[in-house]
Design a protein around this ligand. Structure first.
Ligand SMILES: [Zn+2]
Ligand SMILES: [Zn+2]
Length: 290
């Protein structure tokens, strides 16, 4: 059912206006036009979808080149959300997989750095959103890598439950858009929890954006991967967008938890690497949250 019919059939025109006006705050939508017209609603659905894609997904690697962020840590170019490779001797760990249909790009990158797909021993998912899980199914098929995800996001990744949406009008809109964000489910092999080790990396449970959002701390290299719990873009650290975050209060607590870790470099699911004084900058940002 198209979005306008969904709202009209369900008598949610008022909620619809509210949702559009909320989305309108975020960009170039025009909440002033006639919200009762199905045609306009459809148009707005399209624009809201584009807005979501540009804000939540497509902000990381426009024009990017092959990137070795530091010794043994790479970012795969041209994939959204950000996909990282961690090299531990012969083993490769892939952190997140981007949107669907990116597995070839990831494997091309693996070849480019002189490695083989069979070197990928595991795929760690920072959380259950489509832009992070999207290519996991394909990548497993092409590599036989094991998939690791926090136990609280495992059912969403495996397709046993629908992806959770934030409460209120925004969540209602995202639910209506859910068909845009489908991915092929993948069965996790490893259920992660706090303090588990994945290769050289320690799992830190940082819920809020989703229930099973994790950060991954590499103490030897002093790097933290934070998924969508924090982002760094245009020189600024920010919290995850609240309209795609299940529990903002919990997300803020998770940011404080990350602020208590010791690291030099922060790698986010969206945006650029924060390469210097990362720990103290995150502490400063965390202190600015109420
Ligand atoms: Zn996310
Ligand atoms: Zn994301």
């Amino acid at each position: 059912m198209c979005l306008s019919k969904f709202y009209l059939a369900n008598g949610h025109r008022r909620g619809c206006r509210l949702a559009w006006s909320r989305l309108g705050d975020l960009g170039s939508l025009d909440p002033g036009s006639n919200p009762g017209s199905p045609t306009i609603l459809e148009l707005k659905a399209y624009h809201a979808h584009k807005l979501f894609m540009s804000m939540h997904i497509s902000d990381s690697s426009k024009g990017a080149i092959s990137t070795e962020i530091m010794e043994s840590i790479h970012q795969v170019d041209g994939v959204n959300a950000n996909v990282f490779l961690v090299i531990d001797g012969k083993e490769l760990t892939v952190i997140d997989t981007g949107m669907p249909k990116n597995s070839r790009k990831i494997l091309n990158y693996v070849h480019k750095i002189g490695r083989q797909p069979s070197d990928i021993s595991r795929i760690v998912l920072t959380h259950c959103h489509t832009d992070h899980v999207g290519s996991a199914h394909e990548l497993v098929r092409l590599t036989n890598a094991k998939v690791a995800v926090h136990q609280e996001d495992a059912d969403f990744v495996a397709g046993n439950k629908p992806l959770p949406s934030p409460k209120g009008a925004t969540g209602m809109v995202l639910k209506a858009f859910s068909f845009f964000f489908r991915f092929k489910p993948v069965q996790p092999d490893i259920m992660l929890k706090e303090n588990d080790k994945v290769g050289s990396i320690t799992v830190i449970h940082t819920p809020g954006h989703t229930p099973g959002s994790i950060s991954l701390l590499d103490t030897a290299r002093k790097v933290v991967f934070v998924g969508d719990t924090l982002r760094f873009a245009k020189g600024k650290i920010s919290a995850p967008p609240k309209w795609v975050t299940l529990d903002m209060r919990q997300a803020r607590l998770s940011i404080k938890k990350i602020a208590g870790l010791n690291f030099d470099v922060m790698l986010c699911g969206h945006g650029a690497p924060l390469r210097s004084n990362a720990s103290s900058r995150v502490k400063e940002f965390s202190g600015s949250l109420e």
